[in-house]
Design a protein around this ligand. Sequence first.
Ligand SMILES: [Zn+2]
Length: 274
Amino acid sequence: MEVQVLAHDGKNLKFVLSGTTPAFANAVRRAVMLEVPTMAVDEVDFIVNDSIMNDEILAHRLALIPLRTPDGYLLPEECTCEDKRCPKCSVTLTLKKRGPALIVSGDLESSDEEVVPVSDSIPIVRLGEGQRLELVAIARLGRGKDHAKWQPGVISYKYMPTIDVDEKLCNACGKCVEACPRSLLKLSGEHLVVEDLERCNMCKNCVEACPKGAIEVGYDPTKFIFRVESSGAMPPEKIIEKAAEILEGKSKEFVGKLRNLYGGGSQVWSKAQR
Ligand SMILES: [Zn+2]
């Protein structure tokens, strides 16, 4: 297996994963979307709400504000505290404002300076003259499989395209160069060259444009182009790292369960291992 980074800007990551299978690529995708824990508002205590929005809508809006997620917090089910509001498993975000004002994510005051909204300018609600809003929001770690508010970002992958040119048939007429909507094909003397292959969307316009039938477009089932866009909760490479750790943990758990099933180092298990 090999990883090659194509682009990285702190929030977005594009990389090629080669020498693997579609099943593994999909396992990584699913682990990112469903399993990597992030912080999100999970409960809100309203003290005063004079705004035009009811408590439920405001709570929903607060929950969808992406929060920076450092290491070290426990998932509620891992924490031994009773109300799941201790500093090990939760962060408190407080807000106290009087109108007229536009309340934004930056108005939330966090009990942990590392767990703050990824942007200060996400609108929550507008307060009219004299209206007040006072609340305490509890953020906890959670997983995307329970609610989309806990997804660390979005991830997708596609097969690496392949463009094969039969040099014996190609007469460098240039029709494919004109037909390609992404301008990936270039003529270099008498040779056709492909640039930025990963940008190919496999439309096959080049195949149809070639009068000699010299071009074949396909894909490599062992090579995948991944795109990860973080919500800002954590850097995209950390999302992938955590997903890989989760997959590793699940595999170890599976092997452990199998061992128990076959009674540890019994003959049956030894046989199964072979
Ligand atoms: Zn706790």
